[in-house]
Design a binder for this molecule. Structure first.
Ligand code: ZN
Length: 139
């Protein structure tokens, strides 16, 4: 069995952003030369997510609005996590809802997606350098 590991780095200009990272993961899969196996993609920070959904701009606005209803960024004082020097309690909650990682089957050297499935990095506390781990195992 082979394994291949790579990190993707991000520094979004805004606090929250969704980025389609499917082409980057496909590139890493190609480099790995693995044809059959599993591909794990996970956010390495507790205020960012990796999830699979549709690359449709209306839906992305719906995610933003829905997450802001569930865990509004402001007022910062509504969260106990923000009592000290932190202001990112909402980002921790959003990350938990949207998930830490995805696993995609690798078949014949390709990511074996269902219809319209794309991989996203969900940043909820950006403007700093953060990482995503891609680990592919198989043969
Ligand atoms: Zn925090």
């Amino acid at each position: 069995m082979k394994s291949y590991r790579k990190e993707l780095w991000f520094e979004t200009p805004t606090r929250r952003q969704l980025i389609n990272i499917t082409p980057k993961v496909e590139e890493i899969l190609k480099e790995s030369k693995i044809k059959e196996g599993l591909c794990l993609v996970n956010a390495m920070h507790i205020t960012a997510s990796v999830f699979i959904n549709d690359d449709e701009s209306g839906l992305h606005k719906d995610f933003e609005n829905w997450l802001e209803k569930l865990a509004p960024e402001k007022p910062y004082s509504q969260y106990r996590h923000n009592d000290g020097f932190e202001d990112n309690a909402d980002a921790h909650l959003k990350r938990t809802i949207m998930g830490r990682e995805v696993v995609i089957s690798v078949t014949e050297g390709k990511l074996d997606f269902g219809p319209w499935e794309q991989i996203f990095y969900g940043e909820f506390d950006g403007k700093r350098r953060k990482r995503v781990l891609v680990k592919i195992v198989g043969e």
